[in-house]
Write a protein that binds this ligand. Structure first.
Ligand code: AMP
Ligand code: ZN
Length: 469
């Protein structure tokens, strides 16, 4: 399996630290608002990476944090006149609803920064003791960037170039850093902000330290994969590496994966440009599965453009798979022969090619676009090579294979046995219309069909009521 590693800028063979296990950490959102459709990209992409590893029988320990202490959260809390914890808890709950809708499975652990302050104080203390951090006069603790020789290795930046861009900050007397490159580990509280006590000052952590601490606590000092959107490469991930490797004296993460950005109609999404959409906004218009299919229709390292046309193409693509599975199920219900015939055995052997193509695509740095193309090929094969005389064993096997590969992509392509409320109501309406037209045969048929699927009708004076048996 090959993974593109931002560290080496090449695709590398994946070798887990412990055979058969994957430890991965994905930087999660800052929770001060509903998540936007761009935030959904890393969630869906790395959930799919996790699912693929599990499909290949790896045991995956997947950690993704919620940043619940931050300027934006505090600002929102002040605006609403509530505690900042109320804001973060509210948006964590909302984020989890969006994740569930998008079939993003909950992480093994979802740590929250405010619950891990003790670990942060410890790591900062270690960094001070090792000479990698220092306390300024006002109690701010800074990481001493030049003490970590490999700083810049992830973003491929040169320290002198970086410093050039920042010199003006020191000149303006911004703060008490030794060097303009140094970044904050701990900062003094401001009036009305949440704070924690420490030996340096009452204050709160800088943003980067939380991930170093939570990754170590839940996954160990060395992990396999660290991931997030490409905007996090610098400074966030560069700083995480500096903190973790300076504190632990070990390689922090072996593989660094970054997804490219999602744009809207070829423009960067922004509130001021009026093209900012939350996941909630999008789910009002599109099925969650269509959003997921759309996100996976491009390689994760390619920019992805959100547009009505592409969403329509995604809806059609998904429909092709769903229809095929439903047709196969229809044949299966009517199938007269149970046993696999020799010819079918040969066809199933032949169709293994599509599963192989799917795996090859996924193992080439998670090329989900090609993997989905392989599912389409399998679907086409199933459509062409099945019929009224197909055996139940053969049809079931084809259904299972399509479902298994779709499931790796987080797509549930089999319509649920039970009917949805809308579908029930549509059938009831049809029955009423049939009765009005004195077509009692059809009306009874609908009643029986509903009964067979566990829906009981009751004709009352106020109209037809229904309940699930
Ligand atoms: P944030 O809450 O801004 O830290 O973002 C949470 C995650 O979403 C990070 O991994 C970001 O890199 C990612 N992200 C933010 N905006 C976009 C976007 N437009 N497209 C893809 N990923 C994004
Ligand atoms: Zn992080």
């Amino acid at each position: 399996m090959k993974i593109y590693n931002t560290l080496s800028k090449t695709k590398e063979e994946f070798k887990p630290i412990t055979p058969g296990e994957v430890r991965m950490y994905v930087c999660g959102p800052t929770v001060y608002n509903l998540i936007h459709i761009g935030n959904a990209r890393p969630m869906i992409v790395f959930d799919t990476v996790r699912r693929y590893f599990e499909y290949k029988n790896y045991k995956v320990n997947y950690v993704s944090n919620f940043t619940d202490v931050d300027d934006k959260i505090i600002k929102k809390a002040v605006e609403e006149g509530v505690e900042s914890a109320e804001i973060s808890e509210r948006y964590i709950a909302e984020c989890k609803k969006d994740m569930e809708a998008l079939h993003v499975r909950p992480a093994t652990t979802h740590p929250q920064a405010t619950q891990e302050i003790g670990g942060m104080l410890e790591m900062i203390e270690t960094l001070i003791q090792k000479g990698h951090a220092y306390v300024a006069q006002d109690g701010t603790v800074y990481f001493r960037v030049r003490s970590f020789r490999e700083y810049g290795k992830l973003s491929h930046k040169n320290l002198d170039d970086l410093e050039g861009g920042k010199r003006s900050l020191l000149v303006s007397g911004e703060d008490q850093k030794e060097d303009p490159l140094d970044f904050v580990l701990w900062k003094p509280k401001k009036e009305g902000e949440p704070y924690w006590e420490s030996s340096w000052c009452d204050g709160r952590p800088g943003w980067h330290i939380e991930c170093s601490v939570m990754s170590r606590k839940y996954l160990g000092e060395e992990i396999d994969i660290h991931a997030g959107g490409e905007d996090l490469i610098f400074p966030h991930h560069e700083n995480e590496i500096a903190q973790s490797e300076a504190a632990n004296g070990k390689t922090f993460a072996r593989y660094w994966m970054h997804n490219a950005f999602l744009n809207i109609n070829n423009k960067k999404m922004s509130k001021s440009a009026g093209n900012f959409f939350t996941v909630r906004d999008i789910l009002e218009k599109y099925e969650p599965q269509v959003v997921r299919f759309f996100m996976l229709s491009a390689h994760y390292r390619s920019p992805l453009n959100f547009s009505a046309e592409l969403m329509e193409a995604a809806a059609n693509g998904l429909e092709r798979i769903v229809t095929a599975v439903s047709n196969l199920n229809f044949l299966l219900e009517k199938a007269e022969n149970a046993q696999l015939r020799a010819e079918e055995e040969r066809l199933l052997e032949e169709a293994k090619e599509f599963t192989m193509k799917f795996e090859e695509a996924m193992e080439d740095d998670f090329n989900t676009a090609d993997a989905i193309a392989a599912i389409f090929e399998l679907v086409k094969f199933a459509n062409t090579n099945t019929g009224a005389d197909s055996s139940a064993a053969y049809l079931s096997e084809l259904i299972d294979r399509i479902k298994e590969l779709s499931d790796v992509c987080g797509l549930a392509v089999e319509k649920k046995e039970g009917l949805l409320d809308d579908e029930i109501e549509a059938l009831i309406e049809e029955r009423q219309a049939a009765r009005k037209a004195r077509n009692f045969g059809r009306a009874d048929e609908i009643r029986e069909e509903l009964a067979a699927r566990g829906i009981l009708l009751e004709d009352t004076r106020e109209g037809v009521k229904w309940k699930r048996a």
